[in-house]
Design a protein around this ligand. Structure first.
Ligand SMILES: [Fe+2]
Ligand SMILES: [Fe+2]
Length: 289
């Protein structure tokens, strides 16, 4: 099979979501409600409260160290107002994906929330609009990896083997899948009708020149990914720091001193997050016994 064919195959499978988690009806209902401008936050909160699992997730996210609100958030409505509808939409849509998170995936989860925290710091520094949405893009940027693992087991094994033998993961996955994890993630996010800003910054995080409308956002995720990798926080399948596109400096108007400042701000955030992921790791270990 040539690369173009492989690519088509992967897309076909993604379209059918074969072997991939599908969205429960309540999530679909919530997504339609969120799109509808006539629906109030209170009405959305009421629907969420009818679902124990989603309620728990929303409250846990709102109370996690990631957001660092000083007081406990105890109602869904407050969580919706504090986090914003977009964050909640992403959370409920992707929760079925992260549900399949296993103990061995905590490293990727850690990497993702590290990138989210870093992307938010960069977005605030360069005064990009809605830094929280950029953080969400950071959280989801490697979603394609989760999809590769659960939806394409054989190919994923081959990828791990190639990386083990010293190949660059981006090149290896092009050979094996004909499409990289960034594009796979974006493809699925489009199917779920997530906002374009999120889709493009995830889809182009390894090739910012491909971004059309949201190149700066893509550059932020690209830079955050490299910085968190270089810091050694979390664990992905890669063994080396990804190649950094130096155009990000010009595009985001940053220099090396700014990078130093970003790291200074990032460090305490990572420290806090470590507690959160340690808890998650323990929970997963307990549930897998
Ligand atoms: Fe990536
Ligand atoms: Fe990454």
């Amino acid at each position: 099979m040539d690369l173009a064919e492989k690519r088509r195959e992967v897309r076909k499978k993604l379209r059918k979501m074969e072997g991939l988690p599908t969205l429960p009806p309540i999530v679909q209902k919530l997504n339609t409600m969120i799109e509808d401008e006539r629906v109030s936050i209170q009405q959305i909160a009421e629907v969420i409260e009818r679902d124990q699992v989603i309620t728990t997730k929303v409250l846990r996210l709102a109370n996690s160290a990631f957001y660092g609100f000083p007081k406990k958030v105890s109602t869904v409505q407050n969580a919706l107002m504090l986090l914003g509808i977009n964050v909640i939409k992403v959370l409920i849509t992707t929760s079925s994906i992260f549900e399949i998170l296993h103990k061995e995936d905590v490293g990727l989860w850690e990497h993702s929330i590290g990138v989210a925290a870093c992307a938010k710091i960069i977005a605030e520094k360069i005064e990009l609009k809605d830094p929280q949405e950029i953080a969400t893009a950071g959280l989801l940027h490697d979603l394609g990896r989760v999809i590769q693992k659960v939806g394409f087991k054989e190919e994923y094994e081959a990828l791990l083997k190639a990386v083990e033998q010293g190949e660059d993961p981006l090149e290896a996955e092009m050979q094996i899948f004909g499409i990289n994890h960034a594009e796979i993630g974006a493809f699925l996010m489009r199917q779920w009708s997530l906002p374009d800003r999120l889709i493009e910054s995830v889809g182009s995080h390894h090739a910012i020149e491909k971004a059309k409308q949201f190149r700066k956002e893509s550059a932020v995720i690209h830079l955050a990914d490299v910085l968190v990798n270089a810091r050694g926080y979390g664990k992905t399948i890669r063994k080396t720091v990804p190649f950094m596109n130096e155009k990000v400096f010009k595009l985001l108007k940053l220099d090396f001193l700014d990078i130093k400042e970003i790291y200074v701000k990032l460090e305490p955030k990572l420290y806090e997050l470590k507690f959160f992921t340690e808890e998650l790791r323990k929970e997963l270990e307990a549930s897998e016994v």
